[in-house]
Design a protein around this ligand. Structure first.
Ligand code: NAD
Ligand code: DAU
Length: 334
């Protein structure tokens, strides 16, 4: 296939791009604005592949989107582009509204004009928190944060383009991803790097919030199944095989890195913190997908990747991320 992958310089978008180039022989053009989370380093092992192209630009910029479509001549747009950190959405929601609402709209218009298939990458956070049971695609949408509310808005806009204009669109909602190339503001890479640097491990509140962990390669594969076999107008959830409380994830990381329990610090909880996410993946499993990476193995491999990849995280840890960390946690990184 020829694909335009928006947000392909980020964590999951670059994982998806690598998979499609290497395992499917697709032609992939990435359109990405390179925010703090988008990095050309994420292309390091496929940048020279002749089937890969990179266009610098924002999804809310009609001209940039038109130029990328002209260059890529894609059959489908896959949209990963987003502001993705809940804590940043609480501190500064502005970019979340612009990218998720306006950006998604511009891409949908471009897909409609050029007769393209469209896949929106979405999140289990649109369903809100669930104390008992599991969300299905029929569950009501009850987002809690500016991040999840604007992602929900984008999903509804995508559905409106299917109902109103017959745009052949699908939505794939993932649970919490982990794996190589994840920006260290997120729980797992933050805890791994802090553990390796003997920094404190900041657990929000009691640490008993539960997340449904999926390896990024499994989520990227699920998106591929939905792209190839999904029914237009439908939503597909892709959740990981295991759920775990944050404090237990942190304890696993302490064990894998040889850090100390005394590094754990319970800090002020996130406002409006969702207690638990849990996603049923029956519908995408019916398309042939199944997760392949168990959390225990995936986490150990992820710790090894960060241990061996200082070339990737050192520029982040010594740059703007330090200032973000000080603002968010009220203390400096070691
Ligand atoms: P990320 O923050 O690592 O990457 C986001 C990418 O989007 C970056 O490359 C950034 O430069 C780009 N981007 C941001 N705004 C843009 C804009 N206006 N125009 C063009 N590019 C822009 O995010 P991620 O974790 O890889 O998430 C990718 C997608 O998957 C997002 O849509 C997110 O909502 C969804 N998702 C993430 C998770 C998770 O656990 N990380 C789980 C489920 C769904
Ligand atoms: O569920 C899917 C979502 O998962 C994606 O849509 C989001 O883009 C992605 O960021 C992620 O959202 P979370 O808020 O669940 O991820 P985060 O890594 O920020 O936090 C995971 C849990 O860990 C959450 O309960 C908050 C907690 N946490 C997080 C950080 C950064 C801490 O206890 N301490 C921390 O320092």
């Amino acid at each position: 296939m020829r694909l335009l992958v928006c947000g392909g310089a980020g964590f999951i978008g670059s994982t998806f791009t690598r998979l499609r180039l290497q395992d499917h022989g697709d032609e992939v053009t990435v359109l990405d604005k390179l925010t703090y989370a988008g990095r050309e380093e994420n292309f390091h092992d496929f940048a020279e592949n002749p089937a890969f192209r990179f266009v610098l630009g924002a999804i809310e910029d009609r001209e940039a989107v038109a130029a990328a479509i002209e260059l890529a001549a894609p059959e489908a747009i896959v949209n990963f582009a987003a502001e993705t950190h809940v804590d940043r959405s609480i501190a500064e929601p502005d970019a979340f509204v612009r990218t998720h609402a306006l950006g998604t709209y511009v891409l949908l218009e471009a897909a409609r004009e050029s007769d393209l298939r469209y896949l929106q990458v979405s999140t289990d956070e649109v369903y809100g928190s669930i104390e008992v049971g599991t969300f299905t695609e029929e569950s009501p949408l009850r987002p809690s944060s500016p991040y999840s509310a604007t992602k929900t808005g984008a999903d509804l806009l995508v559905e409106s383009y299917f109902h109103t204009y017959g745009l052949p669109s699908v939505i794939c909602r993932g649970s919490n991803n982990y794996g190589p190339y994840q920006y260290p503001e997120k729980l797992i890479p933050l805890m791994i790097l802090n553990a390796l640097h003997s920094d404190s491990l900041p657990v929000y509140g009691d640490g008993m919030q539960v997340r449904n962990w999926i390896h990024s390669t499994d989520f990227a594969r699920a998106i591929g199944y939905v792209l190839e076999h999904g029914v237009p107008g439908e939503v597909y959830n892709a959740g990981g095989p295991e759920e775990e409380a944050n404090i237990d994830v942190v304890r696993r990381i302490i064990e894998l890195t040889g850090a100390s329990e005394s590094q754990i610090e319970h800090v002020t909880d996130r406002p409006g913190h969702d207690r638990r996410y849990s996603l049923s993946s029956e519908k995408v499993r019916a398309l042939g997908w199944a997760p392949q990476v168990r959390f225990e193995e995936g986490l150990a491999a992820t710790v090894e990747w960060y241990r061996d990849s200082s070339w990737w995280w050192e520029p982040i840890r010594s740059g703007d991320y330090r200032r973000y960390y000080e603002r968010q946690y009220g203390r400096s990184l070691g």
